[in-house]
Design a protein around this ligand. Structure first.
Ligand code: FAD
Length: 466
């Protein structure tokens, strides 16, 4: 019976896993995770904690089946080479990982070791969703049409064996790093599946509307689980397709369709990064690569610290630091504020998000930043600039989100909560909060920044065309 190493990377699950299914059918499976120093040196506390507690959860699931997770630490090629020697493994199987770092790593490994890759990080691999001439899509709508037209195959539904092959004690395994899962995000596939089922049984019905509300839990909060493959995207899509076949109210149907679209956005950005890896270094749009960004370190620090004087921006930035999470609408508001109002390079924000987000993912994060800064593929036109006060009033109408994360504004009346600097001084005194002392005055005035940013973007375009 052949021995097969199941090399786990960003696919911490047993369900709907083509590489694991193949290995179980073929031989003796040894599940392995390698703590790669190159990735561990990233300073991303929430994501690391989520990953580490996810590894413990996967190990516990494997132990229930008589197996266990072998944990190694080091350079993947070296560790895999050692493991192949130690276990006399015939093959290594894994799911394709489409990030540029992973592709280079895997190509190198496949040159010297028998590595077999299977699709599974997405419903359709990025090389499948291409135009008829084989070139990639760079606009979301035609991408999603092509994606929806591909033949969808539901997960097989085959149940896993009760018992997996046991792992010999001689195989060295490192102790698991200490970790506590970030608040609100229990690790593991059981939690992921339950979360999805809860969402699809209720919230999805109002999703088309509620997904933008900062003061409500209107989204699935599944991104960290997709990020680490604790939930198979194919399984999620199959559940939505199934739901869409049931008799639904119009808003429920709309909710399901909108959610499906978001899952496709995830695959769109994975595809963009796959076909255009240079987006990690520069704007997708070549005409917007020469923007003269401001070098304003004090303002950048105020943005990071949640001290810009715009309550909605500050609430979101503080929530990020305190929990590793930020709502999608809030991500757009703070990204627009940094790149447009402050005219600070979006890459500073991209980097900061990667440091703090629990779901930080190079493809979605880069896509989100390029979209909001208006420099990317399917970007919002760059002259569409979010007004942080109007966004706040629309998506956090009573200021509940603000009051939660910016406690110094807790008692500010609804009328002033989105722009507290407009509060009469007498009211400030009676409330005991002085804007400028207890909470900052805005570091820039939104209405004054528009000309500056439009000028900078136009100048870059001009340099490009001349
Ligand atoms: C500036 C910026 C940075 C972002 N960085 C990341 C990131 O690092 N990692 C990440 O997973 N998402 C990122 N997003 C996308 C989005 O904000 C999150 O996926 C979403 O907030 C996750 O919440 P949810 O799971 O409740 O999503 P839901 O609304 O329930 O959507 C379901 C799933 O669809 C996917 N999805 C939803 N919206 C998007 C989107 N706009 N782009 C790509 N996929 C999407 C996610 O996997 C999500 O879990 C970013 C967006 C912006 C504007």
């Amino acid at each position: 019976m052949p021995t097969i190493l199941w090399w786990i990377r960003r696919d911490l699950r047993l369900h709907d896993h083509p590489a694991l299914d193949y290995a179980l059918q073929r031989g003796r499976v040894i599940p392995v995770f390698i703590l790669d120093e190159a990735l561990l040196k990233n300073d991303a506390p929430y994501r690391k904690n989520f990953l580490f507690s996810g590894l413990r959860d996967l190990d516990a699931e494997l132990r229930k089946k008589g197996s266990k997770l072998v944990l190694r630490r080091g350079e993947p090629l070296v560790e895999l080479y050692r493991l192949v020697q130690e276990t006399s493994a015939d093959e290594i199987v894994a799911l394709e990982d489409y990030s540029p770092y992973a592709r280079i790593r895997d190509e190198r490994i496949a040159k010297s070791l028998p590595l077999r890759l299977f699709a599974g990080e997405t419903v359709f691999p990025p090389y499948m969703v291409v135009k008829s001439d084989g070139t990639p899509y760079t606009v979301f709508t035609p991408f999603s049409k092509a994606w929806k037209a591909l033949p969808f195959v539901s997960p097989s539904g085959l149940s896993l064996p009760e018992r997996f092959p046991s792992i010999p004690d001689e195989i060295l395994s490192f102790p698991f790093p200490e970790a506590s899962s970030p608040e609100g995000f229990l690790p593991g596939e059981t939690e992921a599946i339950n979360r999805m089922e809860r969402f699809l049984a209720g919230t999805v019905g109002q999703y088309a509307e509620s997904r933008n509300r900062l003061d409500q839990e209107g989204t699935s909060m599944l991104s960290p689980y997709f990020r680490f493959g604790m939930l198979s995207p194919r399984m999620a899509v199959s559940r939505v397709w199934k739901l869409l076949q049931e008799p639904l109210l119009p808003e429920e149907k709309k909710g399901c369709e909108t959610w499906l679209n978001e899952l496709i956005w995830r695959e769109f950005y994975i595809s963009i990064l796959y076909h255009f890896p240079h987006v990690l270094k520069m704007a997708f749009n070549p005409a917007l690569r020469a923007i003269e960004w401001r070098n304003a370190s004090n303002e950048l620090e105020a943005w990071k610290a949640g001290m810009t004087g715009y309550p909605v921006v500050d609430a979101a930035m503080r929530q990020l630091r305190a929990t590793g999470w930020m709502h999608n609408r809030a991500r757009m508001i703070v990204a627009s504020f940094l790149s447009k109002d402050l005219l600070i390079n979006w890459q500073e924000g991209e980097h900061w998000f990667m440091q703090w987000l629990i779901d930080g993912d190079p493809a979605s994060n880069n896509g989100g930043w390029q979209w909001t800064a208006g420099v990317g593929t399917d970007a919002a036109p760059y002259f569409r600039i979010f007004n942080p006060v109007l966004q706040s009033a629309r998506f956090d109408p009573h200021g509940l989100y603000i009051r939660k994360w910016v406690p110094e504004l807790r008692n500010v009346p609804e009328q002033y909560i989105h722009s507290p600097w407009t509060m009469p001084v007498s009211l400030q005194s009676s409330l005991g909060i002085h804007i400028g002392k207890d909470y900052p005055v805005p570091i820039v005035m939104h209405h004054e920044t528009r000309t500056r940013v439009l000028e900078a973007y136009r100048k870059s375009q001009k340099t490009y065309t001349s």
